[in-house]
Design a protein around this ligand. Structure first.
Ligand SMILES: Cc1ncc(C[n+]2csc(CCOP(=O)(O)OP(=O)(O)O)c2C)c(N)n1
Length: 334
């Protein structure tokens, strides 16, 4: 078992508090009509942050769904900068610059899982050290992409960690209507790979599970499916009203096991966290997101920006479309 040091746990908590605080700010910006739909991170912090702290940022890829970006700070400030552009609908937000090994967030459920298997397979073929870790929800596990990707990963022994974030809900669909299986980890049996379930509110447990899966993958022993069990503490998105379907007593119980409070309590007992640390971290989080938002707002938007980043260089057809688009815009302007 690999237990993160107290210093690592403190770094994990800092990133968790930053993610929670920035998610709240983003929610308010959406309510003010300043950004598009927001999927709050509340309840997911320990799983996302601890998992990525078990990775080697130089070599390992992170393939997110859509709730992760604010908690991926360990991969660099560019993640937040891109996410703010994305939240404004700016096409540049969909392109995370090299050499950062994080894909843009994915709304089309499950499609990121084959991408992660492909990336990790590619790394094997090129003898590159490193793995891919893919996040997906319990709801996404009902997509064919999950089964196809998991099956292929098992067959080719891909160095991939499939992290199913079971937050008990897929919008308003509860977990018992999502699957009749005992657990999401059980689905690993069909792929011939190990499946483990961890308490996703326990940063140490998540770190250890990802660390072990990563070591297996690097040793050529193939993929692992990890199910992190948490509870979605917020709304699905700003377009949702969970009070219409989440039983209040369940939410109340989940709030008592809030992953941020849980780790903060642990570190307070060790004298590694206090009110000042909490306030300073929240202030830092707000400063970072506010300046990333200002930078995003002042990023120029060229008329053909929507065609950027589809390919590293335009295909002939794309070049033709870009030309036609620019001509049409010029005609409109005259
Ligand atoms: C292919 C596809 N089908 C349906 C949707 C609509 N949709 C958006 S989020 C969501 C629920 C996803 O739940 P889950 O994967 O558990 O992730 P969570 O939002 O709970 O983090 C659905 C059905 C979609 N985005 N993509």
């Amino acid at each position: 078992m690999t237990i993160p040091s107290d210093a690592q746990l403190r770094e994990i908590l800092v990133d968790m508090v930053i993610a929670r605080t920035q998610s709240g700010r983003l929610w308010n910006l959406q309510r003010q009509g300043q950004v598009g739909t927001v999927a709050p991170v509340d309840g997911h912090e320990a799983t996302i942050v601890a998992a990525t702290h078990a990775l080697d940022t130089e070599h390992d890829w992170v393939v997110p769904q859509y709730r992760e970006p604010l908690a991926l700070r360990r991969y660099g400030p560019e993640i937040l900068e891109c996410f703010m552009l994305y939240s404004l609908g700016h096409p540049a937000g969909g392109h995370i610059p090299d050499p950062i090994r994080v894909l843009p967030n994915q709304i089309s459920l499950g499609t990121q899982i084959p991408h992660a298997v492909g990336i990790s397979w590619g790394m094997t073929l090129r003898s590159e050290p490193g793995i891919a870790l893919v996040f997906f929800g319990d709801g996404s596990s009902s997509e064919g992409d999950f089964y196809e990707a998991g099956n292929l990963a098992g067959v080719i022994n891909a160095p991939v960690v499939m992290l199913c974030v079971n937050n008990r809900w897929a919008i308003s669909t509860p977990v018992h209507l999502q699957t009749a299986a005992e657990s999401f980890a059980d689905k690993a049996a069909a792929f011939g790979i190990p499946g483990v379930t961890v308490d996703g509110n326990d940063a140490t447990a998540v770190y250890d599970a990802v660390d072990e899966a990563r070591k297996r993958a690097l040793a050529g022993l193939g993929p692992t499916l990890i199910e992190a069990v948490i509870y979605r503490l917020g709304a699905h998105t700003t377009a949702d009203d969970p009070s219409r379907y989440v039983p209040p007593e369940d939410l109340e119980a989940a709030r008592r096991d809030d992953p941020v409070l849980r780790l903060a309590c642990h570190l307070r007992e060790l004298d590694l966290w206090d009110d000042v640390a909490q306030e300073e971290t929240e202030a830092e989080a707000l400063g970072l997101i506010d300046s990333a938002f200002d930078a995003a707002k002042s990023t120029p938007l060229t008329p053909d920006a929507l065609l950027d980043n589809c390919f590293s260089t335009d295909t002939q057809r794309l070049a033709r479309q870009r030309f036609q688009l620019l001509q049409a815009r010029m005609t409109e302007a005259n």
